[in-house]
Design a protein around this ligand. Structure first.
Ligand code: C2E
Ligand code: SIN
Ligand code: SIN
Ligand code: FE
Ligand code: FE
Length: 540
């Protein structure tokens, strides 16, 4: 035996060992059709290869015949298992009936071969040669051999058609490549067989050499294409959950699978790196659709095999949620509006008891609005005086005396001057206002609005020099809202008839505000008052 013999022999022996480990690997995969098919293919191939090995190491014709016969136990099963495998991989369901029929057919072949010496339907004559690279049998074929041959070509054609359809259907290069490699794995054995039939191998049955290559391709499919652990699982997952986008990363963060939508998105909307930064449950928008990102590890017996990123198209439910949110906002606005009118009404009643007409409430709010806008224009307290702040303040201004509801008619409507005791009772209206606002508005109105209303109610009688009530705050310790409110409130009180006093003319009222600057009032607010005096005096 020459050098060539030993090289081919070594490769074939190595392939048997590799195949053995591949079988063990496949055995421990997640139970599935794919696993069953690959196990059948592997076992059949192993038996076939063992038979061929016996044939080539045989030193006499009897041993060689036994080897050839053993190889026929596996051979027909490799053909039907290859067909099952590629069909399953391509997502077809091979019916039970067809599986059983092909298995029975495959079992018949070895029976015919083993009983050949009774009927000679498979081999007509058996001869033995040792003159080529290998010792091997030289057979002339009987009629059933040709039946078998035709079935091999039928299988091959079916496999090829399935593979071509799948390649055409596959959307990513990775998918196409894995299908082509699967076909190559099956095809190498058949190619070896064809070369032998054509007589190009000097009588040596090169099927075994082809199958050897197939075994190494299977290794590639396991390791590089992860036909089990990642892609198969991911496909199954995608079909089960009907996800829109799917990306599978292997253990080393390489892309193992990416569907069409995910390809497009990772090419234009975000990179795979960015995708990995997104938290589970993030929403992304692409082409006017909204997708929910889900990421999950692929686990295999407690080991993380990779990561699956799924994109669920949640556009419809998302739009629904957004609409719902808008509806709720709308309703809340309505409720707030209703509540404000009710509270505004109460404020009016309160002022009416004080000998007021309803326009007092409106005027006070207008003064507040003019003063706050003027201060904002002047550029003081710009950090506080935002448009939203002013809007809240103007809305809250009518509530400043809400606490007067707790003051008795005897005091509130007293035509003359209050005694010190009576005035002390009157002073309680500031704190009482806070209580009422707290009870009535908490939970419905925004916190910022409630705070503003409480500030104004609590502190509108505080004075800049600290001589006011109820807390005796001074200077900028008094909230700006209340400092503005104080000027508006007093000016309005001066210009109106009260049960205890007559309305003053503009000049006198102006004078009292001016004198109050730095004592009763914040000088900045008084300055603003005079800056927009024309507008203030135009209010009626
Ligand atoms: P109000 O009538 O809304 O007056 C609000 C504030 O305007 C007063 O706060 C006071 O700072 C100022 N103010 C009102 N009228 C005059 C005025 O003629 N001259 C000057 N310089 N300032 C005036 P104040 O004093 O803390 O009073 C709070 C509330 O107590 C008043 O609200 C009113 O309801 C009541 N009140 C005050 N004094 C009397 C009074 O003599 N008789 C009666 N019946 N009620 C009074
Ligand atoms: C294998 O099952 O390892 C591949 C051999 C073949 O193509 O039949
Ligand atoms: C054959 O049975 O000769 C074909 C080998 C194979 O593809 O497994
Ligand atoms: Fe007051
Ligand atoms: Fe007032």
């Amino acid at each position: 035996m020459g050098m060539g013999y030993w090289i081919v022999y070594a490769f074939q022996a190595l392939a048997i060992v590799v195949l053995f480990f591949e079988l063990i690997y496949a055995f421990f995969q997640k139970p599935s059709r794919l696993q069953t098919d690959i196990l059948l293919l592997g076992f059949a191939t192993l038996i076939m290869m063992a038979g061929y090995m016996v044939e080539i190491v045989a030193t006499d014709v009897d041993a060689a015949i036994i080897g050839a016969a053993v190889s026929y136990i596996g051979k027909p099963f490799t053909m039907c298992a290859s067909f099952f495998f590629i069909a399953t991989y391509c997502g077809y369901h091979v019916s039970r009936k067809l599986r059983v029929a092909l298995a029975i057919y495959s079992a018949l072949i070895p029976i015919i071969v083993f009983t050949n010496h009774y009927h000679y339907l498979y081999y007509a004559t058996v001869d033995y040669t040792t003159d080529a690279v290998f010792s091997h049998l030289q057979l002339t074929h009987g009629p059933l051999y040709y039946v078998y041959m035709v079935s091999i070509f039928a299988y091959t054609l079916a496999d090829l058609v399935l593979a071509l359809i799948e390649v055409k259907r596959s959307k990513t290069r990775f998918e196409k490549a894995s299908v082509m490699w699967i076909f190559a794995m099956i095809g190498t054995g058949i190619l070896g067989y064809i070369l032998y039939l054509l007589g190009w191998t000097g009588g040596y049955d090169s099927t075994m050499a082809g199958v050897t290559v197939g075994v190494f391709i299977l290794f590639l499919l396991f390791v590089r294409y992860r036909i089990f652990d990642v892609v198969g699982f991911a496909k199954e997952n995608a079909l089960n959950n009907a996800v829109a986008g799917l990306l599978v990363l292997d253990r080393r963060n390489r892309v193992a699978y990416s569907n069409k939508l995910m390809d497009e998105m990772t090419a234009s909307a975000f990179s795979i790196g960015q995708l990995q930064e997104f938290a589970n449950g993030t929403h992304v928008t692409y082409n006017e659709r909204t997708y929910l990102i889900k990421k999950n590890p692929i686990m295999n017996r407690d080991e993380e095999m990779g990561l699956i990123y799924e994109l669920d198209d949640v556009t419809d439910s998302y739009a629904y949620a957004a609409r719902l949110e808008k509806d709720v906002e709308e309703r809340t606005r309505e409720i707030v509006h209703m509540q404000r009118s009710v509270i505004g009404g109460i404020a009016n009643v309160v002022e009416a008891r004080n000998g007021e007409t309803g326009s007092h409430i409106i005027r006070t709010a207008q003064y507040v609005s003019l003063l706050a806008t003027q201060l904002q224009k002047t550029g003081v307290h710009t950090d506080v005086l935002t448009d939203e702040y002013i809007k809240r303040l103007v809305d809250a201004a009518p509530l400043h005396d809400l606490g007067k509801i707790t003051v008795s008619d005897a005091i509130l409507m007293k035509p003359g001057k209050l005694t010190p005791e009576e005035f002390d009772a009157m002073k309680l209206h500031a704190a009482a206002g806070v209580d009422i606002i707290e009870k009535v508005m908490k939970g419905v109105e925004s916190e910022a609005y409630v705070n503003c209303a409480e500030e104004v109610a609590h502190y509108h009688h505080e004075k800049w020099d600290g001589s006011g009530y109820p807390c005796g705050l001074s200077g900028e310790d008094i909230p700006l809202s209340a400092r503005i409110m104080a000027v508006a409130d007093v000016y309005d009180a001066l210009r109106s008839d009260r049960c205890y006093k007559k309305a003053m003319d503009k000049e006198t009222a102006r004078g009292i505000i001016s004198e109050g600057s730095g004592h009763h009032f914040d000088p900045a607010v008084v300055k603003a008052f005079f800056d927009c005096l024309n507008e203030i005096e135009a209010v009626c």
